[in-house]
Design a protein around this ligand. Sequence first.
Ligand code: NAP
Length: 249
Amino acid sequence: MSRPFEGRIALVTGASRGIGRAVALALARAGAHVVALARTQGALEELDDAIRAEGGEATLAPCDVRDFPALDLLGAAIFERWGKLDIFIGNAGVLGPVSPLAHVEPKQWEDVLAVNVTANWRLIRSLDPLLRAADAGRVVLISSGAGHRADYKPYWGPYAISKAAVDALARTYAAETVNVSAVKVMAVNPGPLRTHMRAKAMPGEDPTILRTPEELAPKLLALCAQDWPETGKLYDFPTDRLLSFQAPR
Ligand code: NAP
């Protein structure tokens, strides 16, 4: 079996299920050592078993991404053990309340912004020297069409606002690393995929009509490859296109 990611270290947040689990497995199959982060320890252990059954390697990081000091410690631990990080997949996310902005509770708002945005910034802050120390550091932040639609939907405020911020985070970090490092930073719109989050968002939908995280995973691996040339762009899975961000007309 081809193992193009042999020797590479990859942190995947939200690795316990859905998109994160699928990309963690695919990276491990391709030879990467996966650092798998999520809150649900049992699901991480099950992922570890699946990775080891195929001859891969993982390190489990059971952690809540809202525990920001723990994210700092994770960066320090990765530095101690490997001195670099090749791949950071910022995938952990929550939908939050689907309700009018005026009905959103402050705690709900804070949680969505903490998980979807601040945790990714705290991880970039903690991991930046490690990504620059890698010979081809790759960052993939999982965004959503909800963040950059021309016609914003009512009631999806906290989620859409958080994902617009994720796009801005990816573009800003790309602008800060381009030309002065080998780091490449991409945002990704997965489109509707058959996961727990999608079922929560669209309870009446037949999940069998949706594509699966396993179908997206090879595309995410392409964005992490050493020869991936682009930075600061959005990969749109539904149309299989790279999009440049455009100012509103
Ligand atoms: P999912 O099945 O609900 O998985 C979400 C993952 O995030 C889980 O592994 C969960 O792990 C983790 N997570 C949530 N809160 C966390 C916290 N506080 N600390 C640590 N980990 C946390 O959802 P998914 O569909 O795979 O979503 C993955 C990403 O894709 C999200 O950023 C989502 O916004 C984005 N996305 C999904 C779709 C879609 O249709 N599925 C479309 C567009 C964008 P634990 O619960 O174990 O902590």
